[in-house]
Write a protein that binds this ligand. Structure first.
Ligand code: PRP
Ligand code: MN
Ligand code: MG
Length: 179
């Protein structure tokens, strides 16, 4: 599996250090609020697990599953909701926990949806941001790392459902996804 990686962008240690920093900032910002982490399956499953443990506050956790990519490498803006929140977000200070913001379609959709469902506030924490991919404006409050153009996988992120279990994040060899 690692032979499919062209270049490691962020090691397991770098990711852990950055997640700890984000957790400390979120703790400071959300003290005395009603924090609900909304993880986006499946890509954010590892980030949610690590970030939740780095935020030393009482909080609730829920998940949504939305897909914009299918098995391809680019978003067309059509968002499919596979799993909605278990409870309405009404009154909660929602922090969407996302692995990567690329075109922005997924997050723009989710933000609108959560605001329409009367969340008290809605912000975004993304571990990775790929500004070069942006098609619609989305401004995460917390960003772990900015990534270059190219297809990144690992630490939850897939290509055709593979590579999610890599403990690091790297650039996939273009020949793998047919570029
Ligand atoms: C990927 C990624 C983000 C989204 C970002 O999810 O995990 O959620 O795409 O792309 P966008 O900014 O262009 O919308 P995907 O739809 O592949 O589902 P997955 O998390 O289950 O892999
Ligand atoms: Mn995703
Ligand atoms: Mg995906």
């Amino acid at each position: 599996m690692t032979e499919d990686i062209e270049q490691v962008l962020f090691t397991e240690e770098q990711i852990a250090a950055r997640v700890a920093e984000l957790g400390a900032r979120i703790r400071a910002d959300y003290a005395n609020r009603n924090l609900l982490l909304v993880g986006t399956l499946k890509g954010a499953f590892l980030f949610v697990a690590d970030l939740a443990r780095a935020v030393d506050l009482p909080l609730a956790v829920d998940f949504v599953s939305v897909s914009s990519y299918g098995d391809g490498v680019s978003s067309n803006g059509a968002i499919e909701v596979r799993k909605d929140l278990d409870q309405p977000p009404e009154g909660f200070d929602v922090l969407i926990v996302e692995d990567i913001v690329d075109s922005g379609h997924t997050l723009a959709f989710l933000q609108d949806e959560l605001r329409a469902q009367h969340a008290a506030s809605v912000e975004i924490c993304t571990l990775f941001d790929k500004p070069s991919g942006r098609a619609v404006p989305v401004e995460p409050k917390y960003i772990g790392f900015t990534v270059p153009d190219g297809f990144v996988v690992g630490y939850g992120m897939d290509y055709a459902e593979k590579y999610r279990n890599l403990p690091f994040v790297g650039l996939l060899r273009p020949e793998i996804y047919g570029a």
